[in-house]
Design a protein around this ligand. Sequence first.
Ligand SMILES: [Zn+2]
Length: 319
Amino acid sequence: MRSRWNDAETRALEELDRLVYASRLIGAETSLVVWGGGNTSIKTSERDHRNRPVGVLRVKGSGSDLKSIQRKDFPGVRMEDIRALLDRQDMDDQEMVSYLARALQEPGGPRPSIETLLHGFLDAKSVVHTHADAIVSLTNNDRAADTLEGVYGKDVIALDYRRPGFRISREVADAIAARPDARALVLAKHGTITWGPTVREAYEATIELITRAEAAIAERKTGRRVFGGPRVPILPPTRRSTMDPRSPSSSRRWTRRMFHWSGRPRPTTRSTPSACPASWASIAPTIPPPSRARSSEASATSSVTTPPTSMPTGIRASS
Ligand SMILES: [Zn+2]
């Protein structure tokens, strides 16, 4: 996924306007969020109704759409009230919504996202959360943890799916606190959480995370890599030897289908195991030009494979 950030467009913007800018970039990527999905935030310093300085989380309002979001769609939630919830182990949705409504900088303003605490419980200046298709593709199976570790290694935290609400916010905060070196967090069957000291860094971290996921998916499609290790257990060596046609203990034998230069295939079963040639190219240079006498010998013994004197149109031997 390509970063769409343009420094020239953001240089003169205020902090909240940069968040609006980044949010619209994310909203424009339908593989990251669909209408109303995902959310973004920054932590700022503002003044309260008594003109006292207060830390405030500006987070996407519930029901707004990232691709067309505006400044007014980011309600401010006082950080002191959010941090007080870190003492709690759980909280139901209704209580959480009521609590956050009382912590707003502008009472009666837009309701903050149901995922507000995902943002507020983290120390980072800016946080981006998406519901990326690529993450759902990687984790919509029963081996999500293995898959994510295979794709991201150890620098990305992976958590199992849990519905949005207080508990997942708490788990995310605890997981990141325990892994301060982590660069991002992935929620299985849900999406991404990235953060940074600036809005741009949080945005770029999302792009990098998705790019890595897309590359892994592309590799899987071409068959070069299988997520989560082999699904079929690898046989022990003693068992494998009985399955290998080249092994003396094998009960199997190659059946070689060789093509006579004059046209008709002549299947021949060898009495002893033998490795097959890798390709025509690997044997063709060693074979002398065909003659009628040699072809008779070849068909009689079935031990020498002779290339056709002419290839059908469109077929070329590789070199
Ligand atoms: Zn979410």
